[in-house]
Design a protein around this ligand. Sequence first.
Ligand code: ZN
Length: 175
Amino acid sequence: MNCVVCRKPAIPRSPCCPRCRPLIVGHAESRKRRIALRAAYGARLDVFRCWWSGAMLVLDDPTDPFHLCFDRFSPQTDSPLAASSRLFRSLRAGLDSIDFPNASRELAAHHRGRPFDREAVTFEWWTERMPPPRAGPLPRPAGRGRGCGADTSKRERRANAMFSYCITIYKSMSI
Ligand SMILES: [Zn+2]
C-alpha cells in the first residue's frame, strides 16, 4: 500500500506513511486534512508547501513560523482546510483583506532583499503577540519620519512588532 497523500510506502494496515499519519489519523476533519495535504504536497522535492505563501513547511518544530498547521479558507465550520504555516495563519487572522495581500507581498520582497515597506500595511487589526527572537539581537528598523521617538502610536508599535517578527523569521530561514 502507498500513502494516500504522498504515495510513499504506507504503514501496514494504515492508509498513510509514518510522516503523514500523525497529521491525519485521530484528528477531527481528517478527510479535509487529507485533501489539504494532497494539495500542498510537492512530489519533486517531497515537501509540503504553505497554501498562501508557497514556502516549504516544517514538520518537526512547532515553534517554527513555517510549521505546518491547518487553516480554513473561510470562517464557516464546513469550510475546506488549507495546509498553512503558523505565520500565514496568523497573518490571515490578524490582517484584513487589504492588509493581508500587502503584507504577503512585502514579506516576499523583503526575502528577496528589498526593505519591508511598513507604510504598506495599516495593522489595524493586528494583535498577534510576537515570539522572542531565536538568536541574536534584532536589527533596529531604521527610523523613517514619524514614529521614531518614544511616543510612538499604537499603529506604529504594531508595525514595528510586525517588522521585527518578519526579520526574526527570515533570519531563521536557511533557504
Ligand atoms: Zn505520506
